[in-house]
Design a protein around this ligand. Structure first.
Ligand code: NAD
Ligand code: ZN
Length: 344
């Protein structure tokens, strides 16, 4: 079968590999679709950990059960499923509470999930190590929902942490309206009541933010002081109760620090590698800086329920697996609207 493999730093190839066979306890998934996340670009630029074998990319996966390993009895062949992406030990307290994104043993393992240190879903088939990592899709189609497993789950989790601060009178600033950011805008619009300000460096991304309910849009690729001025003109002196940064580079960190309000939440999701010369007086009193990671399995079930209720919808374009390299190139150049999804 064909698979999009990371071989080394900046070296991805479409290889022909053998269809895997599930061992006891494992499940073979026939992939319906795999989302293309910006985190893959960071991974491609960093390369695989020393000594690790090449692996198949793709950590936003959905498909159908193709084969059950010995002892797996809780799913049926042909059933449509979503793969819960963060794979923990399954045993520690956070894992038992469905928060495998915060597995206590994460730092000890080079494998964060399928497509993140071991084979993922940019292939015709993928092995999932345990049925606890699968969620039945019922009537939903894999292609419609695969990217929700990260592009919607991650902002959902980040926003939920700050839910007590997202009131009808508060402002939330969403920076970076890509795959994750355009889902954040929808979740804020449909589940919460705050006023949404969206920031990006491209007009087409800001159009997307408006389409999904942003109340204000701001171009951020100019002098930071003038961006901060524009935002405080909207919010008044109190500034933003929550800043959600889906970029995380130097300019957006500076912007976040200057637009979050007193006692606000400054949430950096983007892995843009930004550095900030932090000292205790450069953010407002009481403000919390947090760096949430992905989301829990239960939260993913809630995200799927939002989709079932018609409250959220991912803006996506489908491409064949054979175009993966071209799509990563487009993503790096900011030419993907919403999410790109690969189908085998
Ligand atoms: P994406 O490429 O789809 O979107 C990024 C958006 O940011 C684009 O619209 C781009 O125009 C915009 N942008 C770039 N520079 C900007 C700037 N200076 N100011 C404002 N906007 C700017 O990316 P994505 O897949 O949505 O991922 C976003 C980030 O979140 C990535 O860094 C990714 O690695 C990270 N991520 C983190 C987690 C986590 O759990 N913490 C999970 C998934 C993704
Ligand atoms: Zn664990």
């Amino acid at each position: 079968m064909k698979a999009v493999r990371l071989h080394a730093k900046n070296d991805i190839r479409i290889d022909e590999i053998e269809k895997p066979k599930p061992k006891a306890g494992e499940i073979l998934i026939k992939i319906g679709a795999a989302g293309v996340c910006h985190s893959d670009l960071h991974l491609i630029h960093m390369g695989i950990p020393d000594g690790a074998p090449p692996f198949t990319l793709g950590h936003e996966n959905a498909g159908w059960i193709a084969e059950l390993g010995e002892g797996v009895t809780d799913f049926q062949i042909g059933e449509a499923v979503m793969v819960y992406g963060p794979w923990g030990c399954g045993h520690c307290a956070p894992c038992q509470q469905s928060m495998e994104n915060y597995c206590e043993h994460q730092s000890k393992s080079p494998i964060l999930g399928g497509g993140l240190g071991t084979n993922g879903g940019m292939a015709e088939y993928m092995i999932v190590p345990s049925s606890r990592l699968l969620i039945p899709l019922h009537e939903l189609q894999p292609e419609q929902v695969a990217p929700l497993s990260d592009a919607a789950l991650t902002p959902y989790h980040a926003i939920k942490r700050s839910s007590s601060k997202i009131t009808p009178s508060s402002f939330v600033f969403v920076i970076g309206i890509g795959g994750l950011g355009h889902m954040a805008v929808q979740i804020l619009k449909k589940v919460y009541s705050a006023t949404i300000i969206a920031g990006d460096i491209a007009d087409d991304k800001l159009e997307l933010a408006k389409k999904y309910g942003a109340d204000y849009v701001v171009r951020t690729d100019r002098d930071t002081n003038s961006v901060v001025e524009e935002i405080t003109h909207i919010t008044g002196v109190k500034k933003c109760a929550v800043v959600l940064d889906f970029v995380g580079n130097n300019p957006t960190l500076v912007l976040g620090a200057q637009t979050v309000g007193l006692n606000g939440d400054w949430t950096v999701v983007g892995l843009g590698g930004g550095k900030l010369d932090w000292h205790c007086m450069n953010q407002p009193w009481g403000a919390s800086l947090c760096t949430p990671y992905w989301g829990s399995r239960v939260e993913l079930m809630e995200v799927l329920d939002l989709k079932r209720k018609g409250l959220i919808d991912i803006e996506y374009t489908t491409y064949p697996l054979s175009q993966a390299l071209e799509i990563y190139d487009k993503l790096a150049k900011g030419q993907i609207k919403g999410r790109a999804v690969l189908t085998p």
